[in-house]
Design a protein around this ligand. Structure first.
Ligand SMILES: NC(=O)c1ccc[n+]([C@@H]2O[C@H](COP(=O)([O-])OP(=O)(O)OC[C@H]3O[C@@H](n4cnc5c(N)ncnc54)[C@H](OP(=O)(O)O)[C@@H]3O)[C@@H](O)[C@H]2O)c1
Length: 247
């Protein structure tokens, strides 16, 4: 039990997830790191000297893993105030929509869309007990239908149908859940981190930087703003550090 805000970050062992954990921990929140490989999570916590961060094994595509993690949070804290659905990956890279394998699209949807829904549904009983509470979905501008149709947007030239569809679908989940919960104290928002220098996509952060990716600090700022917003009235939005992102 704690009197701190209790926050779970999925995919917390590296990249933006780990940076979110460090930043929100520094703000005085009690962090729980979801890591699908427990050893990687424990190592990340040790290296970052975050001894009071709780690590739970969590694969968001595995219902047993999800339930075990939620049970562990229930037993240790009896509460959850903020769920940051950060775990994600892109399984397709520049394949043509006419040729891409359905298995590839399925992998994107299983993790980024269905995994996020499964995680959220499992956490809702705990989030409902807390008041106020927040669900923050780490989406991507790549899921913006408006930008995919805009020749002036970098998304216009992207071709990752599985990943893009999974983030567009995640955006729709964000809208629908925010509407369902609008009379409660639970807010639901989607965030676009921008192109950020992590190991996302299997490249090095250095190579990503050379391609114009921004810093991790920049990528997590909008999520930090939402996670630390005391009013908690913003809901049903899709935004980045510059403001609203077109759906
Ligand atoms: N980097 C960008 O340019 C960018 C842009 C827009 C949106 N995003 C989004 O931002 C989020 C974080 O990305 P990142 O850049 O920090 O990527 P990253 O460094 O590749 O980290 C991804 C995290 O997700 C975890 N993960 C993957 N599959 C999982 C599963 N089945 N269950 C639980 N965790 C799983 C990974 O765990 P393992 O270490 O075990 O693989 C890792 O901790 C993702 O949702 C991504 O789509 C990133």
């Amino acid at each position: 039990m704690t009197n701190k805000i209790v926050t779970l970050v999925t995919g917390g062992n590296r990249g933006m997830g780990l940076a979110l954990i460090k930043a929100l921990h520094a703000q005085g929140q009690q962090l729980i790191m979801g890591s699908r490989d427990l050893a990687k999570g424990r190592s990340a916590v040790e290296v970052a000297h975050l001894s009071d961060v709780t690590v739970v094994q969590l694969d968001v595509t595995d219902s047993q893993s999800i339930q075990a993690a939620v049970n562990a949070i229930q037993n240790q804290y009896g509460q959850l105030d903020i769920l940051i659905n950060n775990a994600g990956a892109a399984f397709d890279h520049h394949q043509r929509p006419s040729l891409i394998k359905l298995e590839t699209i399925q992998a994107d949807l299983n993790l980024n869309f269905l995994g996020t829904i499964a995680m959220t549904q499992a956490c809702l009983p705990l989030l409902t007990k807390s008041s106020p509470s927040k669900i923050i979905n780490i989406s991507s501008m790549m899921g913006s239908l408006t930008n995919a149709l805009d020749p002036q947007s970098s998304v216009y030239h992207a071709s990752a149908i599985g990943y893009q569809a999974s983030k567009a679908a995640l955006n729709m989940f964000t809208i629908q859940l925010a509407k369902e919960l609008q009379t409660t104290n639970i807010t639901v928002n989607a965030v676009d981190p921008g192109m950020v220098a992590t190991e996302f996509g299997g490249i090095t952060p250095e190579l990503a930087s050379q391609h114009g990716a921004k810093s991790i600090a920049h990528g997590i700022q909008r999520t930090i703003d939402l996670a630390t917003d005391k009013d908690n009235t913003t809901t049903g939005t899709f935004s980045n550090t510059d403001g609203p992102v077109a759906w």
